[in-house]
Design a protein around this ligand. Structure first.
Ligand code: AMP
Ligand code: ZN
Length: 114
């Protein structure tokens, strides 16, 4: 997707602070962090919303969660606790239409979320 900001990050056309990369996924620091740890985990291929995940991509989605958990451990927040968030469509607050998991931690989280 030529006009997708996260595709541009995947293609290294715009800078980001990448913390993990493999053939199918990328993780980078959120530009507007909402917690001491705020990292985004994305598939390299463009998928606009959670509703658009193809049936045969469950392995890819599982992979993204495994990377999120690995980063939580690497960043030292796994035992304290962390939150994974994925927004879908406007009322959730989704602003970038390339699916991503937010890894949030390093402070006490509130519930219900805002
Ligand atoms: P969401 O609101 O769930 O769609 O989350 C999109 C996230 O992407 C927000 O937390 C933004 O701060 C973050 N974001 C937007 N542009 C960039 C960028 N160029 N680099 C890193 N994070 C970004
Ligand atoms: Zn994209």
């Amino acid at each position: 997707m030529s006009d997708c900001i996260f595709c541009k990050i995947v293609q290294k056309k715009i800078p980001s602070r990448i913390v993990y990369e493999d053939e199918i996924s990328l993780a980078f620091e959120d530009i507007n962090p909402q917690a001491p740890v705020h990292t985004l985990i994305i598939p390299k291929k463009h998928i606009s919303t959670l509703l658009d995940i193809p049936e045969d991509d469950s392995g890819l989605i599982g992979h993204l969660f495994r990377i999120a958990n690995k980063l939580a451990k690497d960043k030292g927040i796994a035992e304290r606790g962390y939150r994974l968030v994925a927004n879908c469509n406007p009322e959730s607050g989704q602003t970038v239409y390339h699916i991503h998991i937010h890894l949030l931690g390093g402070r006490r989280m509130h519930w219900p979320p805002g």
